[in-house]
Design a protein around this ligand. Sequence first.
Ligand code: SF4
Length: 264
Amino acid sequence: MTQQTSLPFGRTDITVEELEQLVDTEEAATQAEKGGVNDAKNQIEDFITYIPNLLNWLEEHGRSYSWRETNDPWKVYLAEILLQRTQGDAVEKIYSDVVQRFPDPKALNQASEEEIREAVHSLGFVNHRQRTLEEVGRIFIQEFDGEIPDFIEDLKKPWRVGDYSARATQLFARGKPMSLVDSNFARVIGRVLGYEMPQQPHKSDDVYALLDALTPTDPDVARSFNLAILDLGALVCTPNSPDCESCPISATCQYYQSTKSEGQ
Ligand code: SF4
């Protein structure tokens, strides 16, 4: 198993030459073409040259959350379940309490329905979350002897735990380089590359193939790359009013270039 050496933003001081060794440019270009990216190879190569800018931006502006300070698979997995359809700031308010109440799958499995509901009630979607957490405790105890499974398909066994949560656990806790696909991620990459995102990018094998090829193979850089895109999507490249003028990758962004030329 590959282990990370640093937290929380991974490795942000990387050169373009190093990145070129860590990113599968050919595969990324092949996959980008499938999404209608023009001149895909050049676009991907150009994007790679701006990744150091993106990682510098992360170092300065990235969000600090408690679950980014740990590589304990249980704590990361629990955070990802709490983060489903929920803002990080809301989760941060209750996260340490939830971790204290349920320090492992056994504690969760022994908790009553009421205790679970009380722990997460401030986040909303209480029925949904209670059922998911109840299944996490039961399944991890019954099928994995109280351990946190190390395969994506096993991490997805509890009700409504999907690829994002499972992959985030493997990436952030276990240092396995892989991409995350959520709406922020899809929006940023779609805009930057001019990639035509499908309606449900998190269910598209093509989108995963593209983003896995773009994700650097070094665990620390994979961590920083994913965190940078997630935070850029949350803070700068927002759905309705992206702040392109302060974006660290605007010079390689197809969306920005096209809106600029429209305004000329
Ligand atoms: S330049 Fe604008 S559209 Fe492009 S990634 Fe940055 S914020 Fe998003």
